[in-house]
Design a protein around this ligand. Structure first.
Ligand SMILES: Cc1cc2nc3c(=O)[nH]c(=O)nc-3n(C[C@H](O)[C@H](O)[C@H](O)COP(=O)(O)OP(=O)(O)OC[C@H]3O[C@@H](n4cnc5c(N)ncnc54)[C@H](O)[C@@H]3O)c2cc1C
Length: 378
């Protein structure tokens, strides 16, 4: 059977699955998607109006070529659909000048020639009055950066896939994936369907569907909190997304409607999720203490009483590198999981890689450092 005529199941049409469905249909595959809810819902890893896009990576510069590919595919999806999925407002990485993430971001900028500015504490304070700066702070402004609209992006990619011929079964949880010598069977409450290959992108539900996975994906509960400005400091022309490296790693984004500013915390501060079907979406007052402290210390022009709180889930691997590749012993089941808090910006690239792996068994993209093949990570 030619690659173009392969029948591929996409299990989980969320962040990664919607992009995989788009890229698979764009390559001529016959695609059937399944989601336990509907594309664009807010019960998993996506939701909350915004996600940061950035070109410079402070975790690992090996992501930069993938970010470039994602960048081009975001533009292509925007052109094909006429929807504004992203806005380039820049992203400020701030913190003590000697912090190791500052060094990694500068390395990735130098290695890949990325568009940026380095700002000292004085310039930072003058140009971005919305942030309080401390002695010894520095910042890097990544100019090919900004915010992505997650709900719109997922729905747009899923709709584009449907326009190109995909069938998406909404509110249809997959109960079991049964690989065999001649393909893969997908079992739902409605019956069984046979495919050449399956792409599994179930995000925080990965252990629920694949309990025997040889790698640990730690599911965490992430709180997002929105704050309203008390002064005009947030109304200037420059309203970049921001990340503060230390002493508490946090990030934030001005809301697209200009009403508020969203704040989120780093992995270390997230509680584990025992059962993704029973996510505790209630935020206790004491969970806000660290947010209140950060607002008071670094974002003094925001009212410290949040106007909105939301809770999401995300899967983390020990190395923070996602699992991308075939399941052990099942070449025709391609897994993408464990995006460890930084998957959205890369999602169109991972959708393309999922399509390559499902149709060709390999990808020309540099994903060796993420591959499930030979991966020993606990
Ligand atoms: C609060 C928060 C902030 C973040 N900020 C950023 C950021 O600024 N920048 C960035 O790049 N990344 C960010 N991330 C990370 C990014 O959002 C995730 O890495 C990404 O959304 C993960 O996508 P996914 O496809 O794995 O999961 P999801 O988007 O959750 O998709 C999984 C899908 O599978 C479906 N599903 C589950 N089980 C089944 C089943 N059995 N059958 C059928 N369907 C099923 C679900 O309904 C869901 O639609 C953030 C994450 C969170 C939680």
């Amino acid at each position: 059977m030619s690659a173009a005529r392969k029948r591929v199941a996409v299990v989980g049409v969320g962040t990664m699955g919607s992009q995989a469905a788009w890229r698979l249909t764009a390559r001529g595959a016959e695609v059937v998607g399944y989601d336990r809810f509907a594309p664009g819902h807010d019960r998993g890893a996506a939701g909350g109006e915004t996600r940061i896009f950035r070109s410079a990576h402070f975790e690992d510069s090996r992501y930069v070529p993938l970010l470039r590919h994602a960048d081009a595919l975001f533009d292509r999806l925007q052109q094909e659909t006429g929807r504004e999925l992203r806005r380039m407002t820049g992203c400020l990485l701030m913190g003590p000048a000697g912090h190791h993430q500052m060094a990694t971001v500068l390395e990735s900028i130098a290695e890949h020639g990325l568009d940026h500015e380095v700002l000292d504490a004085g310039t930072l304070a003058k140009r971005f009055p919305q942030f309080r700066v401390e002695d010894g702070d520095a910042a890097v402004l990544d100019r090919r950066a900004g915010f992505i609209r997650p709900e719109l992006t997922i729905q747009t990619a899923a709709r584009r896939a449907e326009e190109l011929g995909a069938v998406i079964h909404r509110y249809t949880p997959v109960r079991e994936i049964v690989p065999g010598a001649h393909g893969v069977e997908i079992r739902t409450d409605a019956g069984r369907e046979h495919f050449d290959t399956a792409v599994v992108t179930v995000g925080p539900w990965v252990d629920d569907l694949l309990p025997d996975l040889p790698w640990e994906v730690d599911i965490r509960r992430l709180i997002s909190a929105w704050y309203v400005p008390t002064t005009d400091a947030w109304s200037g022309e420059e309203r970049p997304a921001f990340i503060r490296t230390a002493p508490t790693h946090c990030y934030g984004l001005p809301s697209p409607d200009g009403v508020s500013v969203k704040l989120g915390l780093s992995r270390a501060l997230h509680r584990p999720v025992d059962d993704p079907h029973r996510l505790d979406r209630t935020v206790r007052p004491e969970e806000l203490d660290v947010f209140t402290e950060l607002v008071g210390r670094y974002l003094p022009d925001l009212n410290p009483d949040p106007v909105r709180l939301s809770v999401y889930m995300e899967g983390y691997t020990a190395s923070s590198r996602p699992l991308v590749g075939p399941l052990p012993g099942a070449e025709n089941v391609v897994l993408l999981a464990g995006f460890s808090g930084h998957g959205f910006k890369l999602s169109p690239a991972f959708g393309g890689i999922a399509a390559d792996l499902a149709l060709d068994g390999t990808s020309p993209r540099p994903v060796g450092f993420l591959s499930t093949l030979g991966r020993t990570e606990a």
